[in-house]
Design a binder for this molecule. Structure first.
Ligand SMILES: Cc1cc2nc3c(=O)[nH]c(=O)nc-3n(C[C@H](O)[C@H](O)[C@H](O)COP(=O)(O)O)c2cc1C
Length: 409
């Protein structure tokens, strides 16, 4: 697995916040890169071309200032998404601006990246191609890309139909360069799972729609938090090619289920003007909506993803394995409840810190024993802080529960 030099050092968690039509703009990109995940946007979100120039000034200035101010926590790289399909009449103008601003990486979608690769490599930038089949991945590799983004079933936008279990492993049979995996990854457990499948980064779109900094309307963000995967409809009736949409937004726009049957669009991608009109009322999202319940700031979200990711990285091997075959014969206090208590920094399940969890298998026996000895006292404190005993009896004057010692806040 290969992480390019430009991608080493600026990340809090291995995530690229994916480009989203009408949703990702400069505020989202800047917040993402500052928080420690790569931020991206489709060039076509900045209309007309002069707007793209203004966005690039805004982003490069903010990120340079951040890195100068926090040299120990430099901003993650940002990228611009180019639709390399003949329907994109702005490609030449956008490419010229990308060259001028030396954008760290470019994501190509819906076409062959060959021309873009030459131009971006000439100034030292990187090109990642998004693909939905191994066949397209091979074509992109022949064109000289630096990374492959495998967009799998359940992704928001123009999703693929293949399982990430199949596509990531198939691509890894012939590609040892950077691999990015997409499709319904909405939390730190999904990020870690993508790595286990051989990916270097998770590509997350839908989760970032419901953030404070996204350009989605409040109603769109709310719908993302209210829907589950069962509300996602895969249809080519909106875009000409298949994409995933939120059913309540289709219904509100007057669509009926039978109008969304496959092949309505005849596989022909619509022009940008028509697309913008269609996607303004009908909202795209992927199966990952099921676990999205709030609209945090990007910084809050990245912090949460990092904690979940570290918890997932420390999960013990299955207890279903035969004892003699356990590859990690180290017993772990993990009880499968991996939630970090904000006040103490201890896991509510096992009472270890994230650092202790992450380092567990590499600690010496004596070090592990020391941690294990400290756990009962921590567990007692967690129970005191957390533990409602079910005998709620608040003191009228102080508001403090006589049973558990907490206030009702
Ligand atoms: C609202 C929306 C708009 C999107 N627009 C684009 C786009 O303009 N270009 C692109 O390459 N991918 C686009 N995508 C796809 C994302 O870049 C990414 O592949 C996908 O969101 C990842 O899956 P996830 O949504 O399940 O995290 C879009 C996705 C969504 C949800």
């Amino acid at each position: 697995m290969a992480v390019p030099t430009a991608f080493q050092g600026g990340f809090r968690v291995p995530v690229i916040a994916a480009p989203m039509f009408l949703v990702s703009g400069p505020e989202l990109v800047i917040a993402a890169c500052q928080a420690g995940v790569a931020g991206t946007f489709p060039s076509l979100n900045a209309r007309p071309v002069a707007q793209l120039e203004a966005w690039l000034v805004q982003i490069t200035t903010a990120l340079a200032e951040h890195t100068a101010r926090y040299p120990d926590q430099p901003a993650a790289p940002f990228g611009v998404n180019l639709i390399v399909h003949p329907s994109n009449t702005r490609l030449a103008d956008d490419l010229a601006l990308i060259e001028r601003f030396r954008v760290p990486f470019v994501i190509t979608s819906l076409g062959n990246p060959r021309e873009v690769v030459e131009r971006i490599h000439a100034y030292g930038g990187l090109v990642f191609a998004d693909v939905i089949h191994a066949y397209h991945a091979k074509k992109a590799i022949e064109a000289g890309v630096d990374g492959i983004i495998a967009v799998c079933a359940g992704a928001g936008g123009h999703a693929g139909t293949q399982s990430p279990f199949a596509l990531a492993r198939e691509i890894r049979e012939f590609w040892s360069g950077t691999l990015v995996l997409a499709g319904a990854i909405s939390d730190g457990y999904g990020i870690r799972a993508a790595e286990v499948l051989g990916a270097d980064f998770a590509y997350m779109g839908t989760r970032f729609i419901a953030t404070q900094e996204s350009m989605a309307s409040p109603a769109y963000k709310a719908m993302v938090t209210q829907c589950t995967a069962a509300d996602i409809v895969y249809t080519d009736a909106i875009s000409g090619t298949n994409a995933n949409f939120l059913w309540p937004s289709l219904e509100a726009a007057g669509f009926q289920r039978q109008m969304l049957a496959s092949s309505q669009g005849k596989g022909k991608l619509k022009g940008i003007g028509e697309e913008a009109k269609a996607w303004r009322d009908v909202w795209s999202a992927g199966h990952g909506v099921s676990v999205i319940h709030d609209v945090p700031t990007v910084a809050e979200l990245v912090e949460r993803l990092a904690k979940e990711y570290q918890g997932a990285a420390a999960l013990p091997v299955s207890t279903a394995l035969r004892r003699e075959k356990l590859c990690v014969a180290i017993s772990s206090p993990c009880v499968g409840i991996c939630q970090i208590d904000d006040a103490t920094g201890w896991c509510r399940g096992c009472a270890r810190t994230l650092e202790e969890i992450a380092a567990w298998s590499s600690l010496t026996e004596a070090e592990r024993a020391r941690v294990v000895q400290a756990l009962p006292a921590r567990q007692a404190q967690l129970a005191k802080e957390d533990g409602c005993l079910g005998l709620c009896d608040p003191d009228e004057e102080t508001g403090i529960c006589r049973s558990c010692g907490r206030t009702n806040r």
